[in-house]
Design a protein around this ligand. Structure first.
Ligand SMILES: Cc1cc2nc3c(=O)[nH]c(=O)nc-3n(C[C@H](O)[C@H](O)[C@H](O)COP(=O)(O)O)c2cc1C
Length: 378
């Protein structure tokens, strides 16, 4: 299996860390990169926040010194803002890759026609992609888009989105095999990924329900995708990137990494340490708390210890707590191949702007949701 080519960017291992709001910050990207190889996308940044110099937005655009290839996902509904934000990313942040978010299912976003709702408006989608591609071209930076199958089963968008992406010079399209209505429930439809591969000439990246490296290989085999995008599978399991790198190497898949609890504790420590380096100890420890449950999933570690770890406020306290874990406890085999992270229930109705479904051409919606914030991604 060869690497992934995104325009002029060569990714030797065709594996992409999915952008995940609140997760894929500089510390986490570095942690994953320390285990494997691939492309690691920054959590979503809003175009308007970037263009208007919003403090929170700018603070999120932090890269680790070891991060040689900077990759950022942008959110936006207004072609002008998205174009300008792309230019800023290339000019001021020296990014090597810009991804555009057309998949977010959060009602706060789709209500205004953003994220996963936007591809319904084909003209608007085309305009946004054109602006981003034009802004990135002088810097030779590839633009990709990430989307879902459609609004719901009756309102598919992915094939048109693929065609429009290709026509506008987008370097690749990532498809999460669920509709907006499904959010994270049910199973990702890999057949849709295969359909998109047949429909377009640009590389298609498959996304949804890769829990182990073997799933990634199976997805490529079943769909013909040029690469995979992995999200929830690596929550509390940054070493999944090691298995993925091995799976796509010439030597083929190695044995699944099964860290003992002691080894997991060392990874937790490393994660917390990187967060503290980037954010300061207080914020870093606070950020780390959400990862505790994922790291300990399936291990026997007692409720009280989990609870205190979930309140950790310093690295010294973390060290004391981690010392209470049994380092010899083996990795819980029950967790292998098991879903983790968000799952939730499907939505009965996708929340959309009034009249959104009346036509597929209108530019209505442009600019109406430039005020979304970075915490909503999905
Ligand atoms: C906590 C969380 C945050 C997410 N944030 C984003 C985001 O900002 N942008 C985006 O395109 N997708 C986002 N997603 C979706 C993932 O990128 C991915 O498409 C989805 O989780 C399906 O892949 P998976 O089955 O490998 O997790 C998010 C998912 C999760 C669980």
């Amino acid at each position: 299996m060869s690497g992934l080519r995104l325009g002029s960017l060569e990714v030797p291992t065709p594996v992409v860390l999915a952008p995940m709001a609140g997760i894929t910050n500089a510390a986490y990207r570095r942690l994953c990169a320390e285990h494997g190889a691939g492309l690691y996308v920054c959590e979503m940044i809003t175009s308007r926040g970037l263009v208007e110099g919003d403090e929170t937005t700018r603070r999120m655009l932090v890269f680790d010194e070891a991060e040689k290839v900077r990759s950022v996902q942008l959110y936006g509904t207004d072609p002008v803002y998205v174009g300008e934000a792309t230019r800023i990313l290339c000019e001021e942040y020296a990014v090597a890759h810009v991804d555009l978010n057309f998949g977010c299912p959060v009602p706060k976003v789709t209500r205004k026609g953003g994220g996963g709702a936007l591809p319904w408006k084909r003209n608007l989608l085309g305009r946004i992609l054109e602006e981003a591609v034009a802004a990135a071209a002088p810097y030779d930076v590839p633009v990709t888009m990430k989307t879902r199958k459609g609004l719901d089963d009756d309102h598919p968008t992915f094939l048109d989105a693929g065609r429009i992406a290709q026509e506008t010079g987008v370097a690749a399209i990532a498809l999460h095999g669920r509709t907006v209505a499904q959010a994270y429930s049910g199973q990702a439809d890999w057949a849709a990924i295969a359909e998109l591969v047949d429909h377009v000439d640009i590389p298609v990246l498959g996304n949804g329900d890769i829990w182990e490296a073997a799933d990634a290989l199976r997805m490529i085999e079943q769909t013909g995708a040029a690469g995979v995008v992995v999200g929830r599978g690596c929550l509390g399991r940054p070493w999944l990137f090691r298995d993925l790198a091995a799976a796509f190497s010439d030597d083929g898949p190695g044995a699944t990494t099964l860290p003992t609890l002691g080894e997991v504790a060392a990874m937790m420590r490393r994660h917390a340490e990187l967060l503290c380096e980037h954010m300061g100890e207080e914020r870093g420890c606070k950020e780390f708390r959400k990862h505790v449950t994922w790291y300990l999933k399936g291990f026997r570690a007692g409720g009280e210890l989990r609870r205190t770890l979930g309140l950790v406020d310093s690295l010294a306290a973390l060290d004391r707590m981690l010392a209470d874990l049994d380092p010899a406890e083996p990795f819980p085999a029950t967790e292998l191949g098991a879903p983790r992270g968000r799952q939730g229930a499907p939505r009965h109705k996708v929340v959309l702007p009034e009249g959104w479904l009346d036509d597929t051409d209108g530019l209505a919606g442009a600019g109406v949701l430039e005020d979304v914030d970075e915490t909503t991604g999905g």
